[in-house]
Write a protein that binds this ligand. Structure first.
Ligand code: PLP
Length: 239
């Protein structure tokens, strides 16, 4: 690993953001949309606050953290910025995260949705949630199976204090480009099918899919929010 000075890391972040924003524009247009139709989230796990603030100063307006504790620790040091939770949430942490993020992207059971609803009502607020989809049907992974998500969405839509704002997925490791695109395209279709049902309290505004390794494929298949960490903050330097 190459050790860089803060100054070198600051300029790497700027350079990386330019490259990623260029790719977002290109892929958005290729998929028949405008560059501004795809939102870039900077995933900030393990990243120190000064680097996150640098990204915020260079156009990032949404950050994502995986862990409740890490988010709460850094938040006081950060320039004002919308934040989402994107990592698996345990029910004993719900009380402390509600009100600190605008959206919880990683809702993977009806039970956790109920707990978020209960704590949001207590706090007098509404929390937006995304339903996490287990796109690869891997046993070890979190999320609803594609075939059960509509039924679960209907159940969750009855809960006070939360509103369903879309879907999120972490794609499995794929052998090739065609395979990953097929997975993203299936989730996009699921998103459209649920949207077409026009159910009360189920909005399909956000389709959160794509990370450093696969965000271009995700945009080409309809993602409107991508979650990028290492390609922004990582140590890669283009010499
Ligand atoms: C870490 C993480 C990301 C970003 O991953 P990179 O490969 O570093 O871009 C996105 N989504 C989730 C849920 C993550 O945990």
């Amino acid at each position: 690993m190459e050790w860089l000075s803060d100054e070198e890391r600051f300029s790497a972040i700027e350079e990386n953001l330019k490259i990623i924003n260029g790719s977002i524009s290109e892929c958005a247009v290729l998929s028949g949309r405008k560059p501004e139709d795809v939102r870039l989230m900077a995933v900030t796990k393990t990243v120190e606050s000064r680097f996150i603030n640098h990204a915020i100063n260079h156009g990032i307006n949404l950050i994502g953290e995986n862990k409740v504790q890490e988010l709460l620790l850094k938040q006081p040091e950060l320039t004002e910025c919308e934040a989402h939770l994107i990592g698996h949430l345990q029910s004993n942490k719900v009380k402390i995260i509600v009100g600190k993020v605008s959206t919880i992207q990683s809702v993977d059971t009806v039970e956790i949705a109920k707990e978020i609803g209960k704590r949001s009502v207590e706090a007098g607020i509404n929390t937006k949630i995304l339903l996490e989809i287990n796109s690869g049907n891997e046993e070890s992974k979190f999320g609803f199976l594609p075939e059960e998500v509509f039924e679960k969405a209907c159940e969750i839509s009855e809960i006070n204090g939360i509103s369903i704002d879309g879907l999120m997925c972490v794609a499995p490791i794929c052998e090739n480009n065609a395979q990953i695109r097929k997975i993203f395209s299936n989730i996009h279709q699921l998103f459209i099918d649920i949207k077409d049902k026009k159910m009360d309290n189920i909005c399909m505004n956000i389709l959160s899919m794509g990370m450093s390794g696969d965000y271009k494929e995700a945009i080409l298949e309809g993602a409107n929010l991508i979650r990028v960490g290492s390609s922004i903050f990582g140590m890669r330097i283009y010499r």
